[in-house]
Design a protein around this ligand. Structure first.
Ligand code: CDP
Length: 246
């Protein structure tokens, strides 16, 4: 393969990393990783490594941003300059990180019970330490756990994942090389309790039937992701219970 030539992404039904088309990468989540935060989570999603931290609710500042009816969410997604294989020189906000911060904030505005904290502010930080495709989805999934672990009331714990297309084949949860050479990428965040779609973006083209098949794959993968999120939230309490048993 020469530098710019498109690699074969699916060979004999398997992907370059050995996954089946509908298979997620391995996901591990841990809570309580930032002691100063009111809630935090660390996620390893394939080769992605991401930390999410939550602060607040506190008084929204400056005062003119306050909403007397409900709290506001401030969200800052950032990719560390050493996280990827490209762009090592760049750090600080850019168009991409501003967009991801915005769509992530909108996901959580739909599930955090903001009316309980009028005039308040909740700060959500997502820092990508290592990236390999799908960081917005992994960041949202981690941030949901960080928020839930903070005790801030929410109607649900959302998850996010992306489905992509290579030729005519839909593939679950693309890594960076797949993302680079795929024909489409559709990151989606869902509230699993209601099935409500909280985020849907699309890069490339998918037909109507591919969108609905992709959403079905995402809902199925969501069962696995939600279970990992719940287990991460339960783990610290299970450790305490274990201690009582000894
Ligand atoms: O990470 P996500 O798939 O949500 O967003 P993207 O903009 O589609 O980026 C895909 C991947 O490209 C990221 O996960 C990174 O691995 C890589 N990337 C990078 O290394 N440096 C950037 N400035 C942007 C993306």
């Amino acid at each position: 393969m020469s530098g710019s030539e498109k690699p074969e992404l699916i060979i004999n039904g398997k992907r370059l990393d050995g996954r089946m088309p509908n298979q997620l990468r391995d996901i591990k989540i841990e809570t309580g990783v930032i002691k100063n935060a009111v809630g935090s989570a660390y996620i390893e999603w394939g080769r992605n490594k991401i930390v999410a931290g939550v602060y607040g609710p506190k008084e929204a500042l400056p005062k003119h941003v306050q909403d007397p009816e409900k709290a506001i969410i401030k969200c800052r997604y950032a990719m560390s300059p050493f996280s990827g294989v490209e762009d090592h020189s760049r750090s600080g906000p850019n168009r991409r990180s501003t967009e991801i911060s915005k769509v992530t904030r909108e996901v959580f505005e739909n599930v955090v019970l903001l009316e309980q904290f009028p005039g308040g502010e909740i700060d959500l930080y997502i820092d990508v330490l290592q990236s390999d495709g799908g960081t917005r989805a992994a960041g949202i999934t981690a941030a949901a756990v960080a928020l839930a672990s903070s005790g801030i009331p929410m109607s649900d714990i959302p998850f996010a994942v992306s489905v992509g297309k290579v030729g005519n084949q839909l593939i679950m949860d693309m890594d960076k090389i797949e993302d680079n050479y795929s024909d489409a990428d559709m990151p989606v965040a869902i509230s699993p309790r209601t099935g409500e779609i909280l985020l849907l973006q699309m890069d490339g083209n998918l037909t109507k039937s591919e969108v609905s098949a992709g959403l079905s794959m995402i809902k199925e993968a969501g069962e696995t992701i939600s279970k990992i999120q719940r287990e991460a939230l339960k783990a610290p309490y299970e450790k305490i219970l274990e201690r009582y048993k000894e």
